[in-house]
Design a protein around this ligand. Structure first.
Ligand code: SAH
Length: 234
């Protein structure tokens, strides 16, 4: 089976991996949105005591936070360096209930179908050659009646302006080349992948950013960054 991964994408994240837990680094946006997305997920799925898999976990910003809320978390990624940083952070911070593994979503789904109560896959689909295969793997990983959460970036002129021109070129929040416009995903496309995988899409939520106050907040505006919540029918 061909692996659904772009080695250049993995190299990009591996190169920055040592800065993953520096809240003022290239990963500042992920640190800033983390409490917002954590609450959004937790309010719906109630992660305490749940078995959670975090797909494309990187340095573990969300995995670690969910484990601190009492979830039993497995973070997976294909960047060896990011995973090392994630494991080291768990050790240093004394986070219990989180483990990290280098395995693709598709391979884990073959190995452990319906093994997780909750699947999270944040800011990852826009870095993958075929996101529909990742969504299908996530659907296979979750138990019936379980929850899935995806986040990515919308594809339209405003998203191009904010997520690429603004974030990479003007504000320099992210390194140039972090995102490729053609890989952005419209909510309708993501919902289509979810439905094709047998999931029910419950809700969408926007993540907005004010460059002057440098703050993020959740809103109904999904035109740039957004999340969706899905369920697998019981
Ligand atoms: N989900 C984390 C990290 C997002 S950065 C968070 O939101 O905090 C994107 C991550 O996706 C990187 O760690 C990168 O290595 C990973 N990634 C990219 N392609 C992947 C693939 N095909 N399989 C697994 N992980 C992948």
């Amino acid at each position: 089976m061909a692996v659904n991964v772009d080695p250049q994408e993995i190299a990009k994240f591996s190169e920055l991996a040592h800065r993953w837990w520096d809240p003022e680094s290239e990963f500042r946006p992920l640190h800033q949105i983390n409490p917002l997305r954590l609450d959004w997920i937790d309010q719906r799925a109630g992660v305490r005591g749940k078995r959670v898999v975090d797909i494309g976990c990187g340095g573990g910003i969300l995995s670690d936070a969910m484990a601190r809320r009492g979830a039993d978390v497995l973070g997976i990624d294909l960047s060896t360096k990011a995973l090392r940083v994630a494991a080291l952070h768990a050790l240093e911070a004394g986070t219990s209930g989180v483990q990290y593994r280098e395995v693709s979503a598709e391979a884990l789904a073959d190995e452990a179908p319906a093994a997780f109560d909750v699947v999270t896959c944040m800011e990852m689909l826009e870095h993958v050659p075929d996101p529909s295969l990742v969504v299908a793997a996530c659907a296979k990983l979750v138990k019936p009646d379980g929850w899935l959460f995806f986040s990515t970036i919308n594809r339209n002129p405003k998203a191009f302006l904010f997520a690429i021109v603004g974030a990479e070129h003007i504000l320099k929040l992210l390194p140039k080349g972090t995102h490729e416009y053609a890989k952005f995903i419209k909510p309708s496309e993501l919902a289509g992948h979810c439905r094709a995988a047998g999931l029910v899409v419950n809700e969408a939520c926007g993540l907005e950013y004010n460059p002057f106050t440098r703050r993020y907040w959740l809103s109904g505006d999904t035109s740039v960054n957004y999340m969706i919540a899905c369920r697998k029918p019981a």
